[in-house]
Design a protein around this ligand. Structure first.
Ligand code: FES
Ligand code: FES
Length: 208
């Protein structure tokens, strides 16, 4: 059985999901201080496990609202509540990257992020890449370099590549490999994906 390796005093997503019932029985409520912490998660709210709570955040440039149970992950919320099925549910424990989205510009495994952590934040999924009918440069580069086979990993790969290129427009191969280390492609298209990132990095930018 997988152990909860969270530091003392913190509750991991796994621990929250599996142990919430017992924890709440013992304490009544889970304080926000005991939720997985992020720099933006500073709301002094208290949440009961399995409580239904309102949720509002920015998804692909638009404000969205829904209601979720406190144990719901961002991935479940996107797929089951917000009709956003680009992020894929595969391993469900942070091992494959198929569920990758950008949260405030940073690639995360949405199967490991609680939806309640995303209040007021900015989420980007593969559905938001193309704009006004025009593919994002990394999508066009994936096609040009034939960087997909079955395509199951592709939405997550694209988001990790976008996150990398947004913060580092000219990554080295080592930096690209590092950024994609959490994304597994069972079809083995890594080399073509690296070439797609190189293609975007080398392309002349608009207005230059
Ligand atoms: S489904 Fe999230 S990392 Fe595999
Ligand atoms: S293209 Fe099939 S898993 Fe990556």
């Amino acid at each position: 059985m997988q152990q909860d390796s969270s530091p003392p005093g913190q509750v991991s997503r796994r621990g929250f999901l599996k142990g919430a019932g017992a924890a709440v029985a013992a304490t009544g409520v889970l304080g926000a201080a005991n939720l997985p912490t992020t720099p933006r998660n500073t709301e002094p709210a208290t949440l009961k496990a399995d409580e239904v709570v309102p949720l509002r955040f920015e998804l692909n440039g638009k404000q969205v609202e829904t209601k979720v149970r406190t144990g719901y992950t961002l991935l479940e919320t996107l797929r089951d509540h917000l009709d956003t099925t680009g992020p894929k549910l595969a391993c469900d424990y942070g091992a494959c990257g198929a569920c990758t989205v950008l949260l405030d510009g940073k690639a995360v495994n949405s199967c490991l992020v609680l939806a309640v952590e995303c209040t007021g934040r900015k989420v980007e999924s593969v559905e938001g890449l193309a704009q006004d009918g025009k593919l994002h440069p990394i999508q066009a580069a994936f096609i040009a370099e034939d960087a997909m086979q079955c395509g199951f990993c592709t939405p997550g790969m694209l988001m990790s590549c976008k996150g990398l290129l947004d913060r580092n427009p000219h990554p080295s191969r080592a930096e690209t490999a590092d950024a994609l280390a959490g994304n597994i492609c069972r079809c083995g298209t890594y080399f073509s994906i690296f070439k797609a990132v190189d293609r975007v990095a080398k392309a002349p930018k608009e207005g230059k």
